[in-house]
Design a protein around this ligand. Structure first.
Ligand SMILES: [Zn+2]
Length: 212
C-alpha cells in the first residue's frame, strides 16, 4: 500500500487488513491515542495519518467492526441500505458479521463504548434522544460522540453547538439503563429500529445534520 505525505513524498506502508484486537492490544491503544494508521514520512519525518479499510475482530467482546474510510461513506451506506447485495457488491461490501464504523471519530467512539462494556445499540438511541430533545440544537450541524463513563454519568463530546468549540455534555447513566431495559424487553419503539441501516448502526440514520 502506497500513501502520500503532504510534502509529496510517496512511500509504501505495511498494513494488515484484518486485525484481532485481543491478540494485538497495542493496536487498541493506538486507536485510543489517535496514532492508529499513522506512518512516519521517510523524507520529512512528518506523521501521516491515513484511513485504510480494516476488519477489526474482537472475540472477547463478541464484536467485529469494519473500519471504513470517510471517503467511502456513501458507498458503504448504499451497500447497507440496498436489498440487492449481490449487485452492490462490486462497489463496496460489508460482510454479514461486520458492523461498519466510518471515519476515525466513529471508530474511536465505538471502541470506547465496547471497552466500557456498554451496548452500542443503546448508546446510539441515547444519542438520538439527547439531540432530539435539545432546544439549543435546532438547525445546527451537531455531531455527538460517547467519550467516557464517570460515576453515574456518561460524558459525551458535542461538536457544533458553538463554532470551533467542543462542548462536554453529561448524561445520567439511568437514562441509558432505561433504554437498555426497553431494548431487552423488545419494546416496539421505532427509534430502536431506525438507528440501524442494515449493519450500520448510528443515530445519524435518523438524525441528519442540521435537519431538526
Ligand atoms: Zn513528508
Amino acid at each position: 500500500m502506497k500513501i502520500f505525505c503532504p510534502c509529496d513524498k510517496g512511500f509504501s506502508v505495511k498494513h494488515d487488513s484484518v486485525i484481532n484486537l485481543d491478540k494485538n492490544p497495542d493496536i487498541l491503544k493506538k486507536i485510543e491515542d489517535g496514532s492508529f494508521l499513522t506512518f512516519k514520512c521517510p523524507k520529512c519525518s512528518r506523521p501521516v495519518r491515513t484511513e485504510l479499510q480494516t476488519r477489526l475482530e474482537w472475540p472477547s467482546k463478541n464484536q467485529t467492526l469494519l473500519f471504513v474510510p470517510e471517503a467511502k461513506r456513501i458507498a458503504c451506506l448504499d451497500f447497507c441500505s440496498t436489498k440487492n447485495k449481490k449487485k452492490a457488491k462490486d462497489a463496496f461490501s460489508v460482510e454479514k458479521d461486520e458492523t461498519p464504523v466510518i471515519g476515525f471519530g466513529e471508530l474511536v467512539e465505538r471502541i470506547a463504548v465496547i471497552k466500557d462494556d456498554l451496548d452500542p445499540h443503546a448508546i446510539e438511541v441515547l444519542k438520538f434522544i439527547i439531540l432530539d430533545s435539545g432546544k439549543e440544537i435546532k438547525g445546527k450541524k451537531i455531531k455527538i460522540f460517547y467519550h467516557a463513563k464517570k460515576d453515574e454519568k456518561f460524558e459525551f463530546f458535542v461538536h457544533g453547538l458553538k463554532a470551533d468549540e467542543l462542548a462536554i455534555m453529561n448524561v445520567p447513566s439511568a437514562l441509558y439503563d432505561s433504554i437498555l431495559k426497553d431494548i431487552k424487553k423488545k419494546k416496539k419503539d421505532e427509534v430502536f429500529k431506525a438507528v440501524f441501516l442494515g449493519n450500520y448502526l448510528s443515530y445519524q440514520n435518523i438524525f441528519t445534520e442540521g435537519q431538526v
